[in-house]
Each structure stands twice: as C-alpha cells, then as structure tokens.
Design a binder for this molecule. Sequence first.
Ligand code: ADP
Ligand code: ASP
Ligand code: MG
Length: 512
Amino acid sequence: MNSERSLRLYESAELPIKRSLIRLDKAELFLFSLNDRPESNQPVTTKPTIMKFGGTSVEDSAAFRNVAHIVNSAGPERIVVVVSAIGGFTDALLSSVEQANDGDARTATRCLDQGFDRHRAIANQLLGGETKAQFEAALADARDQIRELHKIVAAHPSTHAPLRDEIVAFGELLSSQLLGAVLRENGLAARYVDARRLIKTDESYGGAAPLRETTIATQAALGPLIEVGEIPVVGGFIASTAKGATTTLGRGGSDYSAAIIGAALDAREIQIWTDVSGVLTADPRVVTNARTIPVLSYQEAAELAYFGAKVLHPKTIQPAMDCKIPVRVCNSRAPDEAGTLIVTSSEAAPQTIKAIAHKSGITTVQITSARMLGAYGFLRALFEVFGRHQTAVDVVTTSEVSVSLSIDDASALPELIRDLAQLGAVQVEERRTIVSVIGEGLRGTPGIAARVFSTISDINVSMISVGASSVNLTFMVDDARARETIVRLHRAYFEGEGSEQPAEMLTAEVRA
Ligand code: ADP
Ligand code: ASP
Ligand code: MG
C-alpha cells in the first residue's frame, strides 16, 4: 500500500542528519541543527525522558517550531517524543465518521479537507524539497484511505466501531510523521515509529486497554533506536490488537500512551507538554486566576485527573506510579516555567487543600428499597446491572434504604432504569456536577468538610463522600451552581488575604 511505502521512507531515512533545509528568517534562530546542540560533560543516561506534546502544542507551524526548540533544548538526554493529532483534527475525524454513518460518505471526506490543508501548510512552511514531497504523498494516501473507509461506514452503518478507530487514528499517524520530519529538518536524529507496533490492546474500540505484550513490543521497537541516540517520534492515543486492527485509548489518551511507553522503557521522567503551566488549582476555564501547583503526589494527581482535570488523562498516573517514574506537566508556550512535578509523595500541610476539580453533565441514579435493610446480595445485584450495561460508576453513597450512584456516560440510561426498577424505586437526576476538593492535607484532618461546606452553605449539595484514598472530598451540585461553587471555594482557599493556604505552598518552585 502507498501509505506503507511512504511510512517506510520515513523509517529508513538516512543518518547522519543534514542541516535544516528550511529557509530561516532572522526571528527563527531557535531552530538548531544537530551540530548546534549544546555539548555536555554529563554522562548520557540510558533511561529516556518521554516528551508528550498535546494537540494545542502542535496546532500550526509556529507550534511545531516551538516543539523542535523544546526537544532540542533537552540537550544530551535520551528522548522519546509522543505527539497528539494537530489541535481539533480528532474532533473533525470523529464527526466525519458520524457523517459517513448517516450515509453521506462524500461530504464526510470533504469535511476533512481543511484539516488536510493545515497539515499541508505546516509541511510547506517547515519541510524542504524531498521531505515535503514525501509527506504530501503520505497525506494524499491518508485521504484516499479515509475516503474508502467512509464509503464502507456509509454502506454498513451499524458496524462502525473498529472502522471509527481506523479513521480517527489518521490524526496521530499524520502528526507523528509530520513532527518526525520537522525534527529531522531541524537537525535532530528523529525517527517516526508507528505506535501500533508498540502498544498492544484488547478489542475495546474507542477505549482499549493495553495488554502485557506492550512492554516487550515497546522495548524491542524503541530500545535499539534509543541506544544509538535516535529520537523515536510516536503518535499518542493509537494502538493495535494482537491481530493488527487499529484501536484507540479513549479521548485525551495520548497522555496515557506516554505513560505506557514510559513504564515500558523505565523512563527517567514523563513530561506532558500542554497549553497551561502545569496542573492548576482549578480549571482555568472556570477560575481565571487558578495557579500552578508545584508538586503533587501520584494519588492527588490521579484523583484530580479522575474527577475532571482535563490536563491529564485519568489513566496516566497508574503506569507512572507502578514504576515510580516522575511525571512533569509543562507549558509548551512557556517552557521555562517550572510547571508541576508529580511524584510519590508531596508536602501535606494539615488543613489545606491543593486543588478543586469538577466534572459536569453527570447523571445521578438513586435506588430506594426496603429490601436493602439487613439484606445481603442487594449491592451485588445492583452493580451487576451497571456491569451488564457496561456503565462505569464514579461516586457511590448509601443509606440504610437507598443507594445513590453517579454516571458520566448515560447512553444506556433507559436500559439501566428498566433493570434497576426490579430492585427498587428509581429516581434520576441529570445535569449534575461532581466537585472534588483534593489534597494530602485532607488525610485524617478533622473539620475540613465543615469548613468546605460552610463556604457554600447556601448551595444544595448531595452525595458527599470521602474518597477511599482519603485525599479527596467529593460532592454533587447542580450544573447551574457549579461555577459559583468552584469560584467561591477557590477564593476561600487560594486567593487573597483570607486564603487558608500557606503562601509558600502557592509560590514555591520545585525542580527535580
Ligand atoms: P493537550 O492538548 O495538551 O492534551 P488538554 O486540552 O487535553 O491539552 O488539557 C489542557 C487543558 O486542561 C487546559 O487548557 C485547561 O483548560 C484544562 N484543565 C482543566 N482542569 C485543569 C487543571 N486543574 N489544571 C490545568 N489545566 C486544566
Ligand atoms: N487526539 C486525541 C484526542 O483529541 C488524543 C489526545 O489528544 O490525547 O482525544
Ligand atoms: Mg489532553
């Protein structure tokens, strides 16, 4: 196939790297060739650093140049680059699948033209002659293949889950080939590697789980390249089954790819490069003056990610924690800022919280039944219903005669209600927000809940629970009151004179 041919062209491109063919204007002096890389007397560590760049870090040619600068500045370290699709392209690919599913394959493919043009524009600006032609061939191939896949989806609309992954994967396949080429043009020994050779998963299309084979496959594919000082460039988010079918790890899954690859290679550090300066005290889209948290424990970071801090995919922390690999979240637009370091343990100032996370658009389901009283087997029967309909439950609270559960994905709600009605009276509430107050300081600290709730005493809260890890306090409010709840808690804990946070926790800069 053509795409395999162009793909091989990238993989076999010869070393040593030639100086960039890009015509630099004076403002672009940060583009270095291999020879310009700073010399260092420090021994080169064999443990690589994983540098993952999100969609906003590769949205246009300026962003690609910036990534080249950041990778170059890493000096003599061994590096593996993981990259997301260019900003917005995954959304476009997904909606093209929906369009094809509605029967209009032609429009589905045409809707992607703007996205292809963006890739072309980046290649035009940053790649020279031969390399540019190679990438354009890969782009044309991708378009042809997607067009064929759209036709199949349109003809067989009900069976499109594997095909959707096949189509969506082109986002990362193209961005990683493009970034590999751009890094090479900038004098770096970069080498594109197809992520599907590394991460092996089950067949849960759209949210696949990695299999054990991943470790050996990743070591075998990347180890030799790293040993000779090359920089593998791998698309995040995408993987494949044992049979070779393309799978994806769920939205935002490139962070997870970086962690999986980092764990397989026993990385020195996993760096998540994004568009904000680290993990912040709250979602900056809700709290404009949210601040960088210098250090988080794995548990704090995992809870934050799980309860809505989009900056990290919820599954990212586990592989890093299992292998005790530090995770650093950095700003690709302000690379000199320290960002957030996530390690085994963090400072736990008593009575303090580190961050507020939230997740809106949640549905809660309450099941009330006198049969619960003193009975066993009731909860098992209840959870079996959720298992049967493959619906994950986030928060659970119970009283003697009722159980309340929250679900993020309400697509199976009618079936859930039907089956749960066999167990008791079912009450559903939609448009709810989970608010999570997080920090090691909550561990065994009495009175913190009272202080949190006194700050928002006029807001109706329900399903109050303390996470099993004891580093979070979670409750539910209406979506309509969520912003106000978060802003008020943030003001009370992190802002101004009345802030309960010791100043040094907010300002300290921590470097590993
Ligand atoms: P990327 O494309 O780099 O993967 P994402 O959009 O997935 O970036 O994640 C970064 C975004 O996460 C930020 O721009 C911010 O709006 C959002 N976000 C939500 N909560 C937080 C938080 N607590 N700290 C930092 N960012 C957050
Ligand atoms: N491109 C994928 C998405 O938009 C994965 C990622 O960006 O992490 O969800
Ligand atoms: Mg992300």
